[in-house]
Structures are given as structure tokens and as C-alpha cells.
Design a protein around this ligand. Structure first.
Ligand code: ADP
Ligand code: MG
Length: 373
């Protein structure tokens, strides 16, 4: 909030969501909720179920974790800025629960990190943490993201994009185009997912065809990429609006063939190395690329930029950006800031400040055209 008042700021933290990363979101939200200072903030929890139900009440996060939401009640946000606030529906009655100063989406993947929720929040004309509609949707779509990066001269691996219907009806053609791109291994990915869901490392034509069918279950647009050999996985956290800053770099050592869903959440075999062991030139390059990419996608608030470094050639490729990165205390995004001198609670406070700054900036835009007579 720009003015200094003693009034507490009401923050609505949104978590769960209609996404394959629902459970990851609950873990991130657990950490965010644990550090929001109750002396400074009034905290309202909004849980979004797997089916997309918005739920409020007491201990919403506990209820979603336990999978028993019977004690919760439906809540909704008015998308009409002339009727602001969060409402509940109980016994058929609609009641306003609170005026929310800022929304904090701790939602990963579809309907949370992809611009759809951000569209609703824009309609409602409220302050919210993180990137807006455009940055979120470009960051979410791995194909469009790479197109935008290429247009900005930012290095990305060679890739092609194919449609589900092409996989179903013209497989031979798709295989021919994929094999013309590069030799095996090739990576196949759904354009709009995270957490490595639906991603296959393909070592042969039969792997490729299997991987394409697998990915096509999750999206209508599929990426095929040249596999980087023995990639080093380097990540940078970016924070800020018009003048973003980059953290130190960190490295992930997946402890599996690649950083798959299992390596991320099940095997517990991955290690983080912070700061990453890089030459000063490499460290400078990744930071510069991260900030250029952030601006190119019109990101604000926060994002984590993920790179693949190819040891044999020394090439640095930007792989993706995540506009709502993992937020547990052991997640890379907050850990990189911690290492850069910004502790987790201060990071959360800063993100909320940035949301208000962004809202104030957005409010400067004229929405009505009046001709001067
Ligand atoms: N082109 C590639 N070459 C080598 N490894 C890759 C490539 N693309 C992805 N990977 C591996 O797969 C993992 C997941 O892919 P990524 O594009 O980051 O998707 P997600 O959004 O699901 O994290 C990466 O962390 C990396 O281990
Ligand atoms: Mg990734």
C-alpha cells in the first residue's frame, strides 16, 4: 500500500486449483501462509478444489490437504468492480465476507499460472501478486514462449510444434519433421503443462511415437525439441516490476535421467547447489538473459527462469520461465533470494508491495476516450 496506515492489509491467498499441480500448490501455500505476518496482514484462505470449486471457512488448507471439504462453504469474487469484495453463499444467502486488498495466487499450472485467473482478477480490478494475463500465458505456453524468445534473439533449443490432430492423422509426417530437427534423443512435451507431466525423453522412433501419443493426451499443441546432452540445469529468480532484479544462480542436480515428475516430487534424489558453480561470464549471461526474457514476456512481480547449459559446446539455452514458481521453503525461487540477501518473509512482503505498485501503475491508464472539443 502506498500510504502508510496502521490498518492491516487483507490478503486472500488462493491455492489448490484445477491443475495437475494442485498438490504442489498446497505445499507452496503452506509455506506462504506460515510466514505472512498476522500483525501486518489479515489472511483469508481460498481453496480451489480439483473440480474448480472456490471454498472458504476455517482452516481451508488443512481441509484440502485432508480431502474433506465438508466443513467449508462456497465463496466467490465479484468480477464487477462496482461491487467489490469476496462473498460467501451459505443457506442460499449471499453475504459479503471481506474487502480484499490483495490477492496472492499460490497456484501452479492451468487456471492459476496461465493467465486465466489473472483475467478474472483484472476484470475485478483488484491488486494481485505476480504476472498479469500476458506474462502468465506466454510463460505457460512453452511453444509461444520459445517463439517470443527467438524473436528477441534469446537462445532456445531447436524445436517444432505439432498439433494433436497431426499426431493422430499424419504421424509419418510428424516423425519425418522431428527427425529432420535433430538426432535422438528428442524431448516431447505438451505445450501447456508443468512439473514434467507428459514429458518424454525419446531415444528412438518408437519412443517418439509413444511420447507423442502420451503428450497429446494433455494438450492439443505438442513440442518436439532437440535433446541437450548432459544438460546442467541452472535457475535464476527474478523479482520486480519495471526494474526487475535477478538473484544469484542455482543449479539442480536431478539425480535421475532428467528432471522428471518422479525426480521432482517422489524420488527425493535431486540436489540443489546454491550458488551454482559458474564462471563469472556464465553467471552474468544467465542473469542478463533472465531479465531480458522477463521483460520480453511483460512479466512483473516474479518469475523463475530455467536454463539448460550444454557442457560439450558451452551453449546456454533458456528453457522456460515459471511465473508462479514453487514456493516451499526448500524451493529454488525463495532459496535463491535467501542466498541473495532477501529472506523468505521479506520476499513475501516485497511481492505484496509490488502488487500494489502494479495496481497503481495500471490505474494510471485512461479507460475512456473523450474527444477534446
Ligand atoms: N531440450 C531438452 N534437452 C534436455 N533435457 C530437457 C530438454 N527439455 C526438458 N528437459 C528435461 O526435462 C525437464 C522438464 O522439462 P521442462 O521443459 O522444464 O518442463 P516443466 O515445465 O514440466 O518443468 C527439464 O528440467 C530437463 O531435465
Ligand atoms: Mg521445468
Amino acid at each position: 500500500m502506498t500510504e502508510t496506515t496502521d490498518r492491516k492489509i487483507t490478503v486472500a491467498v488462493l491455492f489448490g486449483g484445477r491443475s495437475g499441480e494442485h498438490e504442489v500448490s498446497l505445499m507452496s501455500a503452506r509455506s506462504v501462509l506460515s510466514v505472512l505476518d498476522p500483525a501486518r496482514y489479515t489472511i483469508i484462505q481460498i481453496g480451489i478444489s480439483h473440480q474448480g470449486a472456490w471454498l472458504g471457512g476455517e482452516n481451508v488448507l488443512d481441509a484440502l490437504e485432508k480431502g474433506d471439504t465438508s466443513g467449508l462453504h462456497p465463496v466467490f469474487l465479484s468480477a464487477d468492480p462496482t461491487r467489490p469484495g469476496l462473498f460467501s453463499i451459505a443457506g442460499g444467502q449471499i453475504e459479503k465476507i471481506a474487502d480484499i486488498d490483495v490477492y496472492f495466487p499460490v497456484l501452479h499450472g492451468t487456471y492459476g499460472e496461465d493467465g486465466t485467473l489473472q483475467g478474472l482478477l483484472e476484470m475485478a480490478d483488484v491488486a494481485y501478486v505476480g504476472a498479469g494475463v500476458l506474462g502468465s500465458s506466454v510463460g505457460m505456453d512453452k511453444a509461444l514462449f520459445k517463439d517470443v524468445m527467438r524473436a528477441n534473439g534469446i537462445p532456445v533449443v531447436d524445436y517444432i510444434t505439432v498439433l494433436r490432430t497431426e499426431i493422430e492423422n499424419k504421424m509419418e509426417d510428424v516423425v519425418r519433421r522431428a527427425e529432420a530437427l535433430a538426432g535422438y534423443p528428442l524431448f516431447v512435451k505438451p505445450a501447456n503443462l508443468g512439473s514434467s507431466v507428459g514429458i518424454t525423453k525419446c531415444r528412438s522412433r518408437s519412443d517418439l511415437m509413444e511420447g507423442l501419443f502420451e503428450a497429446a493426451q494433455y494438450d492439443r499443441r505438442i513440442l518436439i525439441e532437440r535433446g541437450v546432452s548432459n544438460p546442467r540445469e541452472i535457475e535464476i529468480s527474478v523479482l520486480g516490476n519495471d526494474q526487475p532484479q535477478a538473484s544469484v544462480a542455482g543449479e539442480i542436480i536431478p539425480g535421475a535421467d532428467f528432471y522428471s515428475y518422479e525426480a521432482k516430487y517422489i524420488l527425493d534424489s535431486s540436489a540443489l547447489n546454491i550458488p551454482a558453480t559458474l564462471s563469472p561470464e556464465q553467471a552474468e549471461s544467465v542473469r542478463r538473459i533472465a531479465m531480458r526474457a522477463y521483460k520480453a514476456c511483460d512479466c512483473y512481480g516474479m518469475a523463475r527462469a530455467d536454463f539448460l547449459l550444454e557442457p560439450a559446446t558451452g551453449a546456454i539455452y533458456l528453457n522456460e520461465i515459471n511465473t508462479i514458481p514453487g514456493f516451499t521453503k526448500i524451493s529454488m525461487y525463495p532459496k535463491l533470494w535467501q542466498e541473495s540477501g532477501l529472506a523468505y518473509p521479506s520476499l513475501i512482503n516485497r511481492l505484496i508491495e509490488l502488487a500494489f505498485e502494479r495496481k497503481a501503475e495500471r490505474d494510471r491508464t485512461v479507460r475512456e476516450f473523450r474527444r477534446q472539443s
